[in-house]
Design a protein around this ligand. Sequence first.
Ligand SMILES: [Fe+2]
Length: 288
Amino acid sequence: MPLFDCEPLHAEFGARITGLDMSASLDDYMMEELRKAIDTYSFLVFPDQSFDDEKQLRLTRRLGEPEPSHTAVGRTEYFGTIGNVQPDGTALGSSHKKTIFLTGNNMWHSDASFKGVPAYVSIMCAYETPDEGGATLFVSTRSAYERLSDEDKRLVDPLIVIHDYVYSRSKVALDAVSPELAASLPPVRQRLVRTNPRNGAKNLFIGSHAKAIKGWADADSRRLLDRLVEEAIGGPHIYSHRWQPGDLAIWDNRCLLHRGEGYDADRSRRYMRQTRVRGVETTLAEAA
Ligand SMILES: [Fe+2]
């Protein structure tokens, strides 16, 4: 008898899982089943869950080492709020600097690809969601890699890419990143093609933080990185997740790109809490 019901969400990736209380303590067997589901489906959503920060951090730790927030310089903070609702319950409007900063998430990206050891998964709990807008769009860069021609695969397989947080956030505003934060997040090198160590599936590792291909002229490198993203995000390849309060989602940052659809922060409240699990090693150390 299956341990949970699993309904695919899209032809290429994604599953909706029911019949499981994710806030309960899960045994090792169940955690292994969960890891297998992450490796297979890349995006998992568990509707109608009952969570709080404490339970979310416990689940995060069961999957690995929680990744500290990169924006909390000088202190350790594992949670990020995705949305406009503040700790005192008030909601910021669309012109507030914090709301504008979060629009950086509306570019296709993989969470924390700018870190030397990038994130394994992100975990999101939705508490308040807008009636209109506010979806998160996902695409599989595993499928995108599979669709490449053999010639393109030979081209991209050995390439190394520079990922740079200051570069991606400079597209939101030139002063979006403080000098202190910029100094704590120097550019890093990542493999352009990663291989899942458990099932051997290859994928592109790209997105808004990918600044340049090591050793290539700027224009050539920009052209290839942009083409790879364009090919990954074609219409039929997108799964758009419309959040409902009670949703718990886990997604594999190694092989998905995602972006926020945007929402009207002047009209709506949005409160979602995100944690991430750190990867185990640099992508350069991963087996090809
Ligand atoms: Fe994100």
